[in-house]
Design a protein. Structure first.
Length: 472
């Protein structure tokens, strides 16, 4: 069966988007040979989080996460679509691999993702999912992350680690030959990659020449190990990228055969939950059995997994929470899986049907999605609304739209804090130090909050930390 490629790409400086150099055209050539790939999953060091997050927006925005560069860079966009179903699948795959993962429906593509993708897939016609790097990722963890993502390749999804083969920004320069130490490190890396010397690549800081100088910090090296982990036993192909700014090696690598046709991808084949596309808003959910996280993803995917657990032990207490709000979700496990999924109600969807007392409309102007509800105001409020263009209803809608737009950021933070509150009480209310943890959170004593959480069960601690990142 065809395997989509695993790729490590050196994305260099943000100006790579405007200055293709040696690597740009070579990535484009590589991209034509993976044109039939069903999707791309990319890991970039410019998105580091507590736990792992997976982009789940339908159209993730382009993030210009840099400053002081030519204005033309800020005009560039990469409008590749996302994939809600693939995001949920990736999150579930990571959780099955023992990692903490959630879907982030707001995050876009950072320049570590979109800059090289502009060359690999310049038409932005392939769905892209970005996976964050945990703050505490080390070489062994990066290799493991790639190994967990590797099964995606068998289903036509390319796995891309985007970093930089050398990355000492303190020594960048415009003119002159490439620094000797950077060339030596790049040469050593090429030899190790082509030889498949995984042990040496994992221990690079001790055995590679000038490793600490080439990578004062290692976040830009780790995506190489992610790609290596996803490569499995495939033979590597070196892509010579030369050097930019005297110290940034642009060398890249690919693992795969490009001679066979990509098979159409079917996410999670056999999953009954996958037969409910679009039935639920792109919220994500997490299930706990006691203090152990047992499932995460879309509501149908979580419900299906919990149904299997419930059938194995009907006395099991499995609690499901919506990640965005921290609210519990009641799931009726009677019947078979299809019955369970058919009874699900998307969280956040209120009953907007009109009261029975409202007469049915006859032919005439369509409803246009407007719902009649009672609003109580003082007389002076009604007088003011009545004097507005379009009348009271139009004025009220404008006011609501303006308030929701102007307060969007504050509303998201408030909702995130409320979610943390609910989850801390639900999962940690009976744990030692709950009051102290809650107090530290509400006082914004982040270091104390983190330290107190260390004493809590791992899954509960990591889940709360992930939610708390959105509450600041």
């Amino acid at each position: 069966m065809f395997r989509a490629p695993a790729i490590f790409v050196s994305h260099g400086a943000p100006t790579f988007a405007l200055e293709p150099g040696l690597l740009g055209s070579r990535l484009t050539d590589l991209g034509t040979r993976l044109a039939s790939a069903s999707a791309i999953v990319v890991v970039s060091p410019h998105w580091q989080t507590c736990g792992i997050r997976v982009t789940g927006a339908a159209w993730p925005p382009t993030i210009h996460d840099f400053g002081g560069f030519p204005s033309a860079l800020y005009d560039l966009t990469y409008p590749a679509p996302g994939s809600a179903s693939l995001a949920a699948e990736v999150a579930s795959l990571l959780i099955d691999g023992g990692l903490v993962a959630t879907v982030d429906t707001e995050r876009g593509y950072d320049h570590g993702a979109w800059v090289p993708l502009r060359y690999l897939r310049p038409d932005a016609d392939t769905p892209v999912i970005q996976v964050s790097m945990p703050h505490n990722l080390d070489p062994a963890g990066a290799l493991r992350l790639g190994q967990i993502l590797a099964p995606l390749r068998d289903r036509g999804v390319a796995v891309v680690g985007s970093g930089s083969l050398t990355h000492n920004l303190h020594e960048v320069r415009r003119d002159g030959d490439a620094a000797a130490y950077a060339k030596a490190f790049a040469a050593w890396s090429r030899q190790a990659v082509l030889a498949g010397d995984v042990d040496a690549l994992l221990d690079y800081r001790h055995v590679a020449p000038s490793a600490i100088r080439a990578h004062p910090t290692e976040e830009h090296y780790l995506p190489l190990l992610v790609a290596l982990g996803a490569a499995g036993g495939d033979a590597p192909m070196a892509i010579d990228g030369g050097f930019t700014y005297g110290v940034l090696s642009m060398d890249s690598y690919a693992w795969a055969s490009f001679t066979r046709k990509v098979l159409p991808i079917t996410f999670n084949p056999g999953s009954i939950a996958a037969s409910f596309p679009g039935a639920f808003p792109m919220s994500t959910y997490t299930a706990f059995h006691g203090h152990t996280r047992v499932a995460s993803g879309t509501l149908p995917a979580v419900a299906e997994r919990c149904k299997v657990m419930f059938d194995a032990d009907s006395a099991a207490t499995i609690l499901v929470y919506e990640d965005a709000t921290g609210r519990p979700v009641d799931i009726d496990y009677r019947g078979n899986v299809q019955d369970v999924l058919a009874r699900l109600t998307p969280e956040g969807e209120s009953d907007v049907s009109e009261p029975a007392s409202v007469a049915k409309r006859g032919p005439g102007r369509p409803k246009l999605g407007v719902v009649a509800r009672e609003v109580t105001l003082l007389p002076r409020h009604w007088d003011w609304l009545g004097r507005q263009p379009g009348g009271a209803s139009v004025a009220l809608r404008r006011l609501v739209e303006a308030a929701s737009r102007d307060n969007a950021s504050a509303d998201r933070t408030r909702q995130a804090r409320e979610a943390v509150d609910r989850i801390m009480l639900a999962l940690g209310g009976d744990l030692p130090g709950y009051e102290e943890v809650s107090r530290a959170f509400h006082r914004n004593e982040r270091e104390r909050f983190e330290a107190l959480l260390d004493a809590w069960p791992t899954d509960v601690r990591d889940y709360i930390r992930t939610l708390a990142e959105k509450a600041v």
